[in-house]
Design a protein around this ligand. Structure first.
Ligand SMILES: [Zn+2]
Length: 338
């Protein structure tokens, strides 16, 4: 069996991947151009730990990296699942593919596959979260509130932070902070009220723009991604003002979950940018609550998680001075050097 024949088998196997997974007894969900399930090799119950990427014809185990041990092509998968030799794996796969196919028939199959991918990618575009045009930033006006809290103007400008001072708007009388995805598209806004009596008036201190975008985004990921990739560590904060304070202190690998809930979608972003360790720096009052949540328990099986101690008398990172931050983060020098 030469390399060319093996490549044809691989290609045909990719086209028939669902049938092969069925035969291997793997239960999966088909999504767009990949299938996903708990890792059938090492077990485990994370339902999205394993995926087959139809566009590339390879598989990945995100939990334990099983593909590295067995090989990420179809042969590696079959060998691992059936605990058999390479040649036995080839024979097994041959049972699903028709090697006597004429070039025309092969082309037809490829077309069908491409057609299916095309339909799915069209669907995907349709479902894609809407992004805001950068022009809407021009509507934000200057306001000195954050400067009175010690945030330098250069930093606020860098993050395009302004205020909505028009009346009868969703974000009226709020400092408005745009949230960007990794592609630097604006996916939403979060706003901090400027009303000093917000508490007594029952006005929410923070408010997000409409939609369910928060659960699949992290504030500052557009800027922190490369630093997280470099250090392997992400600092997990609650709000954007915490992140800004860290940025001011020269620490660039922090993101904010934008509230009191850490979502699976947010965790997946951190996995995707190569985080292996989390420094959890949530507010003192939230940490206790989220700390026991199932999502952070899950996170602890995926990342090394350490709690950053926030000094007594300080509610969150945002309330700390740059000097205090440097002192607290000094012990994590390895994790934040960048
Ligand atoms: Zn695995």
């Amino acid at each position: 069996m030469n390399r060319q024949e093996l490549d044809v088998i691989k290609e045909l196997a990719n086209i028939k991947i669902e049938e092969i997974l069925d035969a291997l007894g793997i239960e999966y969900k088909s999504k767009y151009n990949y299938v996903v399930c708990a890792c059938p090799i090492h077990g485990g119950n994370r339902q999205d730990a394993w995926s087959w990427h139809v566009d590339r014809g390879i598989w990945t185990c995100f939990s334990k990296g099983c593909h590295e041990q067995h090989g990420s092509d179809i042969f590696g998968l079959v060998k691992a699942m059936r605990d058999c030799s390479f040649m036995d794996a080839v024979d097994f796969i041959k049972g699903f593919v028709n090697l006597s196919m004429s070039p025309d028939e092969l082309q037809k199959l490829r077309d069908q596959r491409e057609n299916r991918e095309f339909i799915q990618s069209t669907k995907r575009k349709h479902e894609k979260t809407e992004v805001f045009s950068p022009e809407c930033l021009n509507k934000l006006e200057h306001h000195g509130y954050l400067e009175t809290r010690g945030y330098p103007r250069w930093l606020l400008d860098k993050y395009h932070i302004g205020a909505c001072l028009q009346t009868n708007r969703y974000m009226s009388n709020r400092i408005v902070i745009p949230v960007l995805n990794r592609l630097r598209e604006i996916v939403g806004f979060t706003g901090r009220t400027l009303d000093p009596d917000w508490h007594d008036k029952g006005i929410p201190k923070w408010k997000h723009s409409n939609g369910s975008w928060v659960s699949s985004n992290l504030f500052n990921i557009h800027s922190a991604a490369e630093h997280i990739e470099e250090t392997g560590t992400a600092i997990l904060c609650e709000g954007p003002l915490d992140v800004l304070r860290l940025e001011e202190a020269g620490i660039h690998n922090s993101v904010a979950i934008l509230g009191k809930k850490f979502y699976t979608g947010q965790m997946n972003i951190l996995i995707a940018v190569g985080a292996t360790d989390l420094l959890e720096a949530l507010d003192n009052d939230t940490a206790g609550r989220i700390g026991g949540s199932s999502i952070l328990k899950t996170a602890k099986t995926i990342f090394g998680v350490k709690r950053v101690p926030i000094p007594n008398g300080r509610k969150d990172i945002g309330e700390m001075s740059v000097e205090e931050i440097r002192r607290v983060f000094d012990v994590y020098e390895e994790a934040i050097r960048n």
